[in-house]
Write a protein that binds this ligand. Structure first.
Ligand code: SR1
Ligand code: MG
Length: 415
């Protein structure tokens, strides 16, 4: 059967003969099907029975957020499936278990995380999660190291670079929506009333627009590792004790700092949005900043551990350093690489703050603030922080300095 989008009515009949479904759910007559997709692109079904539950995620041939006027290839589910398989290998337990992939129907059947919710929702509700920053820092280190020439045999890295280079249309979304559209009056952009003066100032900021394109060039041309490609707090599911990363359909080879910069940006925005969710959220906003610090510090620690113990790829071979009795040279090389990732991450972090406020795809962290003046005020702070992060990325020493910058801006009236 050629591709056809599933519906709550058709799903049991269409998937009812798949052993991966019946083994877990029993007879299709007992299945209860709900469509719960709240992302920008796909259909997501929860299928449950007395015996258990699974998630069925299916790509639509267009951008769900916009409609059929914006076609999008189904093969993004192929890239998502391939990325999930690799992430599971490189960081076991970090992603949902995959039960089945159907390329023609662009669907993946995977583990239903019954006690998890989307992290962004939890952060809006003011909830704290056990070892959140640590788990995400580990994921970034293990997947970014594991997909690179520091770890993979050269032939495997090159074939994966080629495989994910086919994810052209999703890259095109990032290239336009993240790096370019926020910085001019692109058709699909929108922003909160009250930000006009700041928006005009950012869009006429020559240094910022040059930096944004420098970062875009890094994204398009530096195939250093397999990226998740869309690592924000809506791509993370959490329970009280567990953290999983989902939705790597934007996976592509790119610069190591991209995922971690995007992720930290979403923590900074979550923190700066807290005044809009309650006058008593000061301590909670600080907790989010602490978790952002843990993300980076855990990333750097785990990346260093992998460098020292699992550096099996073609880059920085031990034959040049440790085997020559020069372990300190290896440490210097590691430190220089972490510094370069840090600077890139700061740049991507700042750009992400801008695009979520000025572009098409906004964050619920801000969107759910109903008082427009309050929303504009929180967003203005994130825009100012984003600009500083991009333009001062070569001078910001460490994540503690980013925390200080965020704390300071949270006390300012940026509107
Ligand atoms: C048209 S898609 C808009 C955004 O949604 C996805 O989650 C990505 O972040 C993309 O940029
Ligand atoms: Mg997504």
């Amino acid at each position: 059967m050629s591709y056809e989008a599933l519906s709550t009515h058709s799903l049991a009949a269409r998937l009812g003969s798949l052993p991966v479904m019946t083994d877990r759910l029993g007879n299709p007559s007992g299945w209860i099907v709900r469509e719960v997709g709240d992302g920008n692109l796909n259909l997501v079904f929860i299928v449950e029975s007395r015996a258990g539950g699974v998630i069925v995620k299916q790509a639509l041939p267009y951008v769900r957020l916009v409609g059929e006027s914006w076609p999008l290839p189904l093969r993004r589910s192929y890239f998502e499936f391939n990325a999930l398989v690799r992430q599971a290998e490189r960081d076991p337990g970090s992603v949902p278990e995959i039960y089945h992939f159907d390329e023609e129907q662009a669907l993946v059947v995977m583990e239903y995380l019954t006690s998890h919710i989307i992290l962004r929702q939890g952060l809006i509700e003011g909830r704290r999660y056990y070892e959140l920053g640590k788990r995400l820092g580990l994921f970034c280190a293990r997947t970014l190291f594991g997909g690179s020439d520091l770890s993979l045999p050269a032939s495997e890295k090159k074939s994966d670079l080629a495989l994910f280079a086919g994810n052209v249309e999703l890259c095109d979304i990032t290239e336009n929506l993240v790096f370019t559209d926020p910085y001019y009056e692109a058709e699909m952009n929108r922003h909160t009333d009250g930000l006009e003066r700041i928006v005009a100032s950012l869009r006429s900021d020559r240094a910022l627009k040059i930096a944004a394109q420098e970062l875009k060039m890094a994204f398009t041309s530096r195939g250093e590792t397999m990226l998740h490609g869309d690592l924000h707090t809506g791509s993370v599911m959490v329970s009280e004790t567990d953290t999983r990363v989902i939705d790597p359909e934007f996976a592509v080879y790119g610069p190591m700092g991209f995922d971690i910069g995007m992720l930290i940006a979403n923590f900074l925005m979550a923190s700066l949005s807290q005044p809009g969710h309650g006058a008593d959220r000061g301590a909670y906003a600080e907790w989010i900043l602490e978790e952002a610090q843990i993300i980076w510090n855990t990333f750097a620690e785990e990346f260093s551990r992998l460098w020292r113990s699992e550096r099996t790829g073609i880059l920085y071979p031990a034959s040049l350093y440790e085997d020559q009795g020069q372990p300190e040279a290896s440490e210097t090389a590691l430190s220089r690489l972490l510094n370069a990732i840090w600077r890139d991450a700061l740049g991507f972090c700042g750009i992400e703050c801008h695009r979520r406020i000025l572009g098409l795809a906004h964050n619920a962290d801000f969107e759910l603030i109903s008082d427009e003046r309050m929303r504009a005020s929180c967003e203005a702070r994130a825009l100012a922080l984003g600009r500083d992060l991009v333009l001062r990325r070569d001078d910001i020493a460490d994540i503690s300095e980013v925390q200080r910058m965020a704390r300071h801006i949270a006390t300012e009236e940026a509107l």
